[in-house]
Design a protein around this ligand. Structure first.
Ligand code: PEP
Length: 248
């Protein structure tokens, strides 16, 4: 089935406000072609970045969210607040939140449910650590992280899975095209078991992990690779747009 590729940039804890607005403006100006494009700046620049890309096709995303609706949760941000500043997609389960900020599966699952309940696009990240790949548990790790998702999801367009092998994130080491395709196919099969084949066929599965303009075409050319979640290369308009333009 034809799926529109989705290329999203995760800016992590980078940029000043001026840099964020300049980068967003350049990406909005340079975004052409068939791929859907999204950028996820730090929370504090969401409002300014939303204003900078207004009127363009670029979607604004958040790198995290808290699952409660409002109340005494010091430092946290709700889905309603994200919607209020123009956010249309939210990441959950990013490996840095799992392994640096030590988020547990139960919390990741509550966040994912809150994003979907609010009608936003969920980009749910899964992926194995190097020792897990080496000991043959890649599929089991991805399966457990997919199991965090709700038992039913109404609209496959609202779900995006990002397969991000942890050993490839920010390391310059990329999964081969075949390694990516193998896990993406596993993930689509797992989604088919849980939600049905038609649903699984419609879900975009992004690859993430040192994707760059020079390796993007090979990865994006794989049958089950429907886009990319980009870290380092998303911080320069030229390299990010190089990946966007590699998506057919
Ligand atoms: C990421 O953190 O989502 C990511 C893919 O980072 P990088 O592209 O820098 O490996």
């Amino acid at each position: 089935m034809a799926r529109t590729p989705f290329i999203a940039g995760n800016w992590k804890m980078n940029t000043t406000k001026a840099e964020a607005v300049a980068l967003a403006t350049a990406i909005a100006a340079g975004t052409k072609g068939p791929a859907e494009v999204g950028i996820a700046p730090p929370f504090v620049y969401l409002d300014a970045v939303s204003a900078a890309v207004k009127g363009s096709a670029v979607k604004v995303g958040a790198q995290d969210v808290y699952f409660e609706k409002s109340g005494a949760f010091t430092g946290e941000i709700s889905v309603a607040m994200l919607k209020d500043v123009g956010v249309s997609f939210v990441l959950t389960g990013h490996s840095e939140r799992r392994h640096v900020l030590m988020e547990k599966p139960e919390l990741v699952g509550k966040k994912a449910a809150a994003v979907l309940d609010a009608g936003l696009i969920l980009v749910h990240c899964v992926g194995e650590k190097l020792e897990e790949r080496d000991n043959g548990t890649t599929f089991a790790v991805c399966q457990a992280q997919l199991d965090e998702l709700p038992a039913t999801i109404a609209d496959p367009a609202k779900l995006v899975i990002a397969y991000e092998p942890v050993w490839a994130i920010g390391t310059g080491r990329t999964a081969t095209d075949a390694q990516a395709q193998e896990v993406h196919a596993y993930i689509r099969g797992a989604l088919a078991k849980k939600y049905g084949k038609d649903f699984a066929d419609a879900v975009r599965i992004q690859y993430g992990g040192s994707m760059k303009p020079d390796n993007a075409a090979g990865l994006l050319g794989q049958t089950d690779v429907d886009g990319g979640l980009i870290g380092g290369a998303a911080l320069k308009a030229e390299s990010f747009l190089g990946i966007v333009n590699a998506a057919k």
